[in-house]
Design a protein around this ligand. Structure first.
Ligand code: CP
Ligand code: NVA
Length: 303
């Protein structure tokens, strides 16, 4: 059966660790100049219905480093943009490509693409999930903290795609996860139900100081995600105070690390001083997109 990478809910903790181990090995090899081309001759199509910086560049460079090529496919230049059904696009592209990375709005569209395609599909972000980002995040936390098991991951802000994926990735790899968000912006219902089985290893609260207490890592993301631009003004009001600042970091563990998937809005979800104080972790996290996604592509498209 083909292997897709659609959401972290589809993977066991052991499978996530296997990807992280490969990501670490690939990072180590790259730093030492060791070249290996396991995806030689293979092509990845990248469909972006929302604009990327990190995702496009890291997939494109990653595919090149693995010996393959990546094609940037903007919906504006595809027949999808003129209404060609996903079912047909999936079956046509499967005849040319060895894998597709898609960034779009609805998770159901990614699942549908995977259903009709005979090649692996990788989720490059939907409104529901951002699983590639979270693999890079887990890699970064493990790099800085030594291990994930027993660590506390705190997320502050909107219960969005990032929160959904961090909850699943964090809990499955043995961390406890706390979410500090306004009551009206809690994570997805299916994710909340999934998290219930982890008992007191999971908590959601509108009290950000409670959420951040003794955290080993504090994570945040924008208040208005891509596609929510029309809600930006209301969200600016609703999220006031849901900001990672020094006072919040002070209640966390002494050596707390701060993460952000980027792009960041300084003065909104994170203060400029906290961002700069933790730039080392944040930009390592950005770099790890490359290594984590190479591991994902190998799992999906390798032999
Ligand atoms: N973090 C992330 O996915 O960034 P881009 O939107 O720039 O790809
Ligand atoms: N929640 C953000 C993540 C960006 C990487 C968004 O969906 O826009």
């Amino acid at each position: 059966m083909k292997k897709d990478f659609l959401k972290l809910l589809d993977f066991s903790g052991d499978e996530l660790y296997a990807i992280l181990d490969v990501a670490d090995k690939l990072k180590f090899a790259l730093k030492r100049g060791i070249k290996n081309k396991p995806l030689k001759g293979k092509s990845l199509g990248m469909i972006f219905e929302k604009s990327p910086t990190r995702t496009r560049v890291s997939f494109e460079v990653g595919m090149y480093q693995l010996g393959g090529q990546a094609l940037f496919l903007s919906p504006r230049d595809l027949q999808i943009g003129r209404g060609e059904p996903l079912e047909d696009t999936a079956r046509v592209l499967s005849r040319f490509l060895n894998g597709i990375m898609i960034r779009t709005f609805k998770q159901s569209d990614v699942e549908k693409l995977a259903e009709y395609a005979s090649i692996p599909i990788i989720n490059g972000l939907t409104d529901f999930a951002h699983p590639c980002q979270v693999m890079a995040d887990l890699q970064t936390i493990r790099e800085f903290k030594g291990e994930l098991k027993g660590r506390k991951l705190c997320y502050i802000g909107d219960g969005n795609n990032m929160a959904n994926s961090l909850i699943v990735g964090g809990l499955k790899t043995g961390m406890s996860v706390s979410i500090g968000c306004p009551d009206a912006y809690r994570p997805d219902k299916a994710i909340m139900e999934f998290a219930e089985q982890y008992g007191d290893k999971f908590c959601v609260t509108s009290d950000i100081f409670k959420a951040a207490k003794d955290a080993d890592a504090i994570y945040t993301d924008v208040w208005a995600s891509m596609g929510m631009e029309s809600e930006a003004a209301k969200r600016m009001e609703d999220f006031k105070g849901y900001c990672v600042d020094q006072a919040l970091c002070d209640v966390a563990a002494k050596d707390v690390m701060v993460l952000h998937c980027l792009p960041a809005h300084r003065g909104e979800e994170i203060t400029a001083d906290v961002f700069e104080a933790h730039a080392k972790e944040i930009f390592e996290e950005a770099e790890n997109r490359l290594h984590a996604q190479k591991a994902i592509m190998l799992m999906c498209m390798g032999k």
